[in-house]
Design a protein around this ligand. Structure first.
Ligand code: CP
Length: 309
């Protein structure tokens, strides 16, 4: 049983709940790797996935996790809904809640939208990414991937490279990694680093060689091409040259480091294809662990009496 009713963000999420979700994810991973691949633990529960922003990984893995748990899963896409006719978020949500749902997964461009949803919905709310605020389920699957790879997260040296300023993944990863005792260095151009990076409790460098030679694992972040017009980086080519996870940089390291990326990737910008597809990359393991982690989150938040599996 978790202390939390919802999963809105990791900044104030109890560490005991975070650890419980991570540990239970490994049980679900075993189930996913068994011939059956299912555990009908949420039969009779109805979950609506509300995506007001595009998604591939998060939307599919929530839908799959719900099906693997035997829940009734409904997908709502704002682009084909009455939102297009001017219906407000509040009305949309209240109408969906009137149909008696047990849980809601929401991705929305506005920071705070998942928290707002808890005012209108009786069931559990799970944040699937709210603007540049948090993406807690991505961070949880990242923690599962790290624990799977290294056996523990305490004292792990983690470098996070890229657009820290606009990245909900970076914020949630930092909150999770700090709770679990990892050491963190963030790296990027000063225009893409938040002014409160020190307050976030992380070290900062603008030198990618320095962070790569220090870390055990590097998380490359997507350069948000939709924000290019803001002029925070001179060009994709210059970003790649200064901050890219290039084959040249990684191959000259005197040790192996694990490469992670939440996706979607801009190959040839923040990461070279040769690195993304290399043996050290665990990017597709992250995706599989996303299904197991989301099964764990849904089970622990929605089951009437979740038990130790
Ligand atoms: N990592 C992630 O959130 O990917 P999607 O935008 O495809 O869901």
């Amino acid at each position: 049983m978790l202390k939390s009713k919802h999963l809105i963000g990791l900044e104030h999420f109890p560490t005991s709940d975070l650890n419980k979700i991570i540990d239970t994810s490994f049980k679900f991973k075993e189930i996913l790797e068994s011939p059956e691949r299912k555990a009908i633990l949420l039969k009779g529960k109805t979950i609506v996935n509300m995506f007001f922003e595009n998604s591939t990984r998060t939307k599919i893995s929530f839908t799959l996790a719900e099906k693997r748990l035997g829940a009734d899963s409904i997908n709502f896409s704002s682009s084909t809904s009455s939102v297009k006719k001017g219906e407000t978020l509040k009305d949309t949500i209240q109408n969906i809640d009137a149909m008696k749902i047990d849980g809601a997964v929401i991705r929305h461009g506005h920071p705070g939208s998942a928290l707002k949803l808890t005012e209108y919905i009786d069931g559990a709310v799970i944040n699937a990414g709210d603007g540049s605020h948090e993406h807690p389920t991505q961070a949880i699957l990242d923690m599962v991937t790290l624990k799977e790879k290294f056996g523990k997260i305490k004292n792990l040296k983690v470098g996070i490279i890229g657009d820290i300023l606009n990245s909900r993944v970076a914020r949630s990863d930092i909150f999770a990694l700090k709770k679990l005792g990892a050491k963190i260095v963030v790296c990027g151009p000063s225009t893409l680093l938040p002014s409160n990076a020190k307050q976030l409790g992380v070290n900062i460098t603008h030198n990618i060689e320095e962070v790569l030679s220090w870390c055990d694992v590097v998380i490359g972040l997507r350069i948000q091409l939709e924000r290019m017009h803001l002029g925070r980086i001179p060009s994709k080519r210059e970003y790649h040259s200064e901050f890219g996870l290039t084959y040249e940089r990684i191959s000259k390291l005197k040790k192996d480091i694990v490469i992670m990326h939440p996706g979607p990737m801009n190959r040839g910008v923040e990461i070279d294809s040769k690195i993304a597809d290399s043996e050290n990359a665990v990017i597709l393991d992250q995706v599989l662990n996303g299904v197991a982690s989301r099964m764990s989150i849904l089970y622990l938040l929605l089951a009437d009496k979740p038990e130790n599996l």
